[in-house]
Each structure stands twice: as structure tokens, then as C-alpha cells.
Design a protein around this ligand. Sequence first.
Ligand code: DC
Length: 230
Amino acid sequence: MKKIIITLDGYSSCGKSTLAKQMARALNYVFIDSGAMYRAITLYFIEHAIDYTNDTAVQEALKHINLEFDYNESTGTSDILLNGRNVENEIREMRISNLVSDVAANQFVREFGVAQQQKMGLQKGIVMDGRDIGTTVFPKAELKIFVTADPAIRVARRYLELSAKNPGITKEEVQANLAMRDEIDSTREFSPLRKADDAVVLDNSHLTREEQLKTALQWVNEKINSEVVL
Ligand code: DC
């Protein structure tokens, strides 16, 4: 069957990765978490005291960053490797979440991320989630989904997920982090978060995982069949 590129964009914590993983599994596609790449770059910047506002330092640092994805049998998805080191868990910490949007807004960081993501799409058969995947990374993707969810529901979901890994974290902290990231991600100068004109909207506030997958797979079928007919 013809393989396509599927993009999932949207605000923080609206369930993009969950849906992307479900779709990749159902379709036997590769799932790429583009946010993990910006998070790993942020971890490198913290560890090497790189000032993300200093373009010269950023450009130099990027020359020393190698990002790869490594399939993890136990989770059934890929972990990100930063210069060969598995940092999948570390990049989910709040110290990264608090800085990643600022780092990801840097022009050179974006060029670096986008170029690598575009290379990963050459083979098709890919589901990639992020903020600018349907607008900048794959503007010609066959299926673009813009995922949304009620802000209060997003906070509740993220809090549940984070409190297991970050004991002591409060709901207010999670809410503030999401609001801050949404603001930076959607107002930045280079490839801000926005819905692509040809994206379909999926509001999963009141959908179960099964329901959202069913809807998304219907769209995939429609796209694949319409391509064949044309
Ligand atoms: O999806 P996430 O929450 O793990 O993403 C972390 C941050 O990375 C997000 O706040 C903005 C940035 N990001 C981006 O700028 N572009 C992408 N394609 C993906 C993520």
C-alpha cells in the first residue's frame, strides 16, 4: 500500500505523541517525536552552558550535536540519543520543559532541527508530531492533523503524567509551563505554531484513545484512496 507522510501539530500536551504513536503502530509507520530533538538540544545547552541568545555560540554548539532515534523494544517506540547517550527520560524533566521553547525559537536551532526532520521523511511511511511539521517541515505532507484539547484537560493530563517522574510538582506549575510554552511557540519569529491551511482539526477533549485513533485512521484511508483514484 502507498506510504504517506502524516503530520501532527498542536499546542503542548494535547495528546499529539499519544496519537502519533497509536497511528504509527496501526499503520506500521515510523513515529518521530520532533519535540524530543529540541529537548535534547536544550539538555546539551544546559550541560555545556551554551547561551541560546548568542548565535555564534549556538552555531558552534550545534556542530557538536548528533541526534539519533533508537528503537526501544520494551516501550515499542524510539528513544532519542544525544551523541550516542540515551536521554529519553532526562529530557522530560521540568528543567528542560522550562527552557526548551526559548531554545527552539533560535533561528539556527530551527534550521538544524528542520533539516534533520526533512531527511527522516525521505522514505515516507512516517508520522511526525511537533509544532511546525505541517507548515514548515513537510508542507506537502499528504495528511496534516492539527490536534487540540481543552486547556484544563491538557493541564490535568500533563500533571498526571509528570507527577510520577517529578515528585512535588504542582498543578499550578504545570499550568504555568504550558501557558508559557504555548505563548513562545506560537509567537516566535521563525516557523511559529499555527494550523496549516489544509490541516484537519482533531479536538480530543472528550474522545477516548480508541475513538481518536479511529477518526485519524479514517482520514488516512480517505487520503490513500483519494490518491489512488487521482
Ligand atoms: O512536543 P514537546 O512538548 O516535547 O516539545 C517541546 C518543545 O519543543 C515545545 O515547547 C516547542 C518545541 N518544538 C518546536 O519548536 N517545534 C517542533 N516541531 C516540536 C517541538
